[in-house]
Design a protein around this ligand. Sequence first.
Ligand SMILES: [Zn+2]
Length: 315
Amino acid sequence: MNIPRLRVKPSRLSLIAVVLSLAFISVALQSQHVPDDTEAQTTTSIARARVALPPATATSALSATPTRIPPTATPETPPLPSRRPAVRMEYIPILMYHYVREVAEELDPMGFRLSVTPERFAEQMEWLHDNDYTPVRLDQLAACLRNTEPCPDRLVALTFDDGYEDSASAALPILKRYRFPATFFIVPAFVDQPGYMSWEQIEQLRDNGMEIGSHTLIHADLTGLSVEAARHEIEASRAFLEERLGVPVRSFCYPAGSYTPLISGMVRQAGYTSAVTASPLTGYNHMYQLARRRVLGGETIAGFPWYMTPLPEQE
Ligand SMILES: [Zn+2]
């Protein structure tokens, strides 16, 4: 005898749970927007929110044409190794941006530190172009560090944290001008909030060849969560973004730069191919603790080449 049964895939149920959780969190965050991560900044566990935008089209052999994929189930393949196989580059400029906007230092000192003006950002991109740098997405960088894709000479990776609205309105047009790809780390709970990108803007980034990475569901300081809660932030944010945007999510960014070896191991097991810290000193041999250099607010073009050279501690 055939009895009709309601079939719902477990992965679908968990996504529904995520959506419901995000709806609740969004309401909670309406009244509380907190400035983002700096290296030294500590976070209370959950009440923070940021969003990041995706980069433009690649020009090099590393084509950044977005690939639509069906949402992936939990990968059956074993996790990637944490260490890259060979040391070919001692220094890799991975630049960290937050806002691309005008802000007065006197009125908002922390906001100023996290902001590069559109004019200065355009000068920096022009400098990279004129000096033959090849920007790559972090998923491309991870592949090149694993020897599965060629590494261009003079590569640089541009990353944007938190998904601020100016990622789409200010950074994207400049990146498109130079056909530079970049990686934007998105916090689903921040999307469509005041000051942050909408889903339509994030889709615009995706459609221009930018990479969308995860910055957890709610910008949680993962070191302040239980193992189960941290794993959920890492895994469900990837599943949610992949389902919502229809592209692979391969790169991860620790909110406030906070992680432990256990947490970076969870990021690896979740199927990401790399993760970035907020420190310039974590090096480039551990694929889930890649160092970044924050481009300082107020940085002049004369100071910009400094970011392309290792710090004394990195030599
Ligand atoms: Zn952040």
